[in-house]
Design a protein around this ligand. Structure first.
Ligand SMILES: Nc1ncnc2c1ncn2[C@@H]1O[C@H](COP(=O)(O)OP(=O)(O)OP(=O)(O)O)[C@@H](O)[C@H]1O
Ligand SMILES: [Mg+2]
Length: 198
């Protein structure tokens, strides 16, 4: 399976999702992360510490791709229309992480209409960085997306400080020792299950 993470807005959890979905997939089979972001966030995350998969630069990808069962591609924010077309063409599923704030949602809807224009339905939205109760933004965003009949992962990813710790320490969130690390990880596991079971 080849999955790609993309978004028009930056900082919505592409790299965090790429890393944790790759952790999930690497428990099922071999998994390669291809870092398509010139900032190289995913590769530097893996270089800082220890992640259970190989992460390589975009230009090194052809050399490794055939050796792995699964590939997760992390990309830079703000792709051009042509970029997006190439991204869709290059994967089995395009995952669009989105935080529930108005700006991200607006950027998401732009992406979705572009994908429609490209004739692609091989994408799914992942709500990320969902703030804790009593804030309702996560719930409201979900309702709005469902109302528009957009493809959406049933599981949302909540906001946990453990993710920043994970990135800093070069680890997956479950290995940080943060008391919410395992709770956070369960959410990406559930997304991984949705990904692999339809
Ligand atoms: N669920 C979460 N809870 C808390 N913090 C998070 C969560 N997901 C991501 N973050 C933090 O938010 C910031 C942006 O996340 P990330 O780097 O994954 O986004 P991105 O979409 O890859 O950004 P960019 O567009 O810059 O590549 C990071 O500091 C990351 O640690
Ligand atoms: Mg990133």
């Amino acid at each position: 399976m080849i999955v790609t993470l993309a978004s028009f807005k930056g900082g919505v959890g592409k790299t965090t999702s790429a890393v944790h979905l790759a952790c999930y997939l690497s428990k099922l089979g071999s998994c390669l992360v291809v870092d398509g972001d010139p900032n190289r966030s995913a590769t530097s995350w893996s270089k800082r510490g220890n992640l259970p998969f190989k992460a390589v630069d975009l230009v090194a990808a052809p050399k490794y791709a055939r050796q792995f069962e699964h590939t997760v591609i992390d990309t830079a924010a703000r792709p051009s229309e042509d970029d997006l077309e190439a991204l869709v063409d290059g994967c089995d599923l395009l995952i669009l992480p989105t935080s529930p704030d108005a700006l991200s949602m607006e950027a998401l809807l732009k992406t979705v209409s572009l994908l429609k224009r490209l004739g692609s339905d091989r994408y799914r939205i992942l709500l990320t960085l969902v703030p804790p109760a009593p804030r309702q933004t996560g719930h409201q965003a979900r309702e709005a997306l469902i109302e528009q009949k957009l493809p959406l992962f049933t599981q949302s990813i909540r906001r946990f400080a453990a993710y920043e710790k994970a990135a800093l320490e070069g680890k997956p969130v479950y290995a940080t020792g943060d008391r919410n690390g395992r709770i956070a990880w369960r959410e990406y596991q559930a997304v991984g299950e949705e990904l692999t079971h339809g």
